[in-house]
Design a protein around this ligand. Structure first.
Ligand code: BDR
Ligand code: CA
Length: 318
């Protein structure tokens, strides 16, 4: 058996970040070395509270949780998206957290965790990229200790969600996204295209709320919240799909493509622009970085992976 992949998650918890954390914490394929928090889906303090109470809710062993950047590098941030509920995590009424966040700032925590790790770590970035951009700009040598950055953000062929052209995480902090995607480090992007594919049904979510495992009950509650908010008979697993792609890369279709983040556009600020031209000469790609992009996933495979990690595979309708 291969040893678990050491990872750190950067989150703006966030209902679907919570689903991602539940999957990462439950998966025997991953070893979660830490969690860094950043403002995004809600204010930073609420993100930290949500992250800590989620860990309490599953009786997680100690995992360092670090508090990061309160606002994007240039912009002042986007309003909290209403879809995540008034507390940003589905209004489940989870108790106040018993555990505490680290004193150290997330950027210092990330630097130390990477520097001290015996082997390079994988970063799973599920939020505006402010923490990660600040890390790479402040301590560029830590890049040597980053095995790969998996980034939920942007769109490949799909429309945006924050604006017609831009996805929320990238639109929230476009400069940070430009720094990270342009860093030259190994990046795998999980854009809105696969993000929109992986679902659990309302019936499955309802069944999960009655499960014995704390993680499954919380995941069911969050999914049910999204079903109710959208009046839909399904919920996306959202950011959790990115974690599934780390655990099971064979379930993802990828392309390599040069990318840039649009920083100056009006209607297009925060759009991820991919150069799909077959005829592009290398010199025409100055200022573009080639990254791996997940263009689609085997959705049934990833929903099974999620259900099996939560111990509720038997509750799936198919
Ligand atoms: C991304 O935006 C956030 O609202 C979600 O948590 C996800 O990371 C999707 O655009
Ligand atoms: Ca997120």
């Amino acid at each position: 058996m291969t040893s678990p992949l050491p990872v750190i998650l950067d989150v703006d918890t966030g209902g679907d970040d919570a689903l991602a954390l539940l999957l990462a914490m439950a998966s025997p394929s991953l070893e979660v070395r830490g969690i860094s928090c950043v403002a995004g889906n809600c204010g930073l303090e609420q993100v930290v509270t949500n992250t800590l109470r989620l860990l309490d809710g599953i009786d997680a062993p100690f995992v360092p949780v670090a508090v990061g950047m309160e606002r994007p590098i240039v912009d002042s941030g986007l309003p909290p998206p209403a879809l995540h509920g008034s507390d940003g995590m589905g209004d489940l009424g989870l108790p106040d957290p018993q555990r505490k966040a680290l004193e150290a700032h997330a950027v210092e925590f990330l630097r130390d965790a990477l520097t001290e790790a015996a082997e390079p770590l994988t970063l799973i970035c599920l939020a505006p990229l402010t923490n990660i951009a600040m890390l790479l700009r402040t301590y560029p040598r830590v890049g040597e200790k980053i095995a790969r950055l998996y980034v939920m953000g942007g769109t490949y062929a799909a429309p945006g969600n924050a604006t017609p052209a831009a996805e929320f995480n990238v639109r929230c902090d476009p400069e940070a996204a430009a720094i990270v995607l342009g860093s030259g480090l190994p990046v795998t992007l999980y854009p809105l295209d696969p993000f929109m594919q992986v679902r659990i049904t309302r019936g499955e979510a309802e069944a999960m709320t009655r499960a014995t495992g704390g993680g499954a009950r919380i995941a069911g509650g969050i999914a049910l919240h999204y079903c109710r908010y959208f009046g839909a008979d399904f919920s996306l697993i959202g950011d959790a799909g990115t974690v599934a792609a780390v655990i099971d890369p064979e379930g993802a279709a990828t392309v390599r493509s040069p990318v840039r983040v649009e920083l100056t556009g009006g209607a297009t600020r925060g759009a991820t622009v991919f150069d799909r031209r077959q005829w592009s000469a290398e010199e025409a790609r100055d200022g573009w970085s080639e990254i791996e992009v997940i263009t689609g996933v085997d959705a049934p495979r990833y929903r099974r992976l999620m259900a099996s990690a939560l111990g509720v595979e038997a509750m799936l309708a198919d």
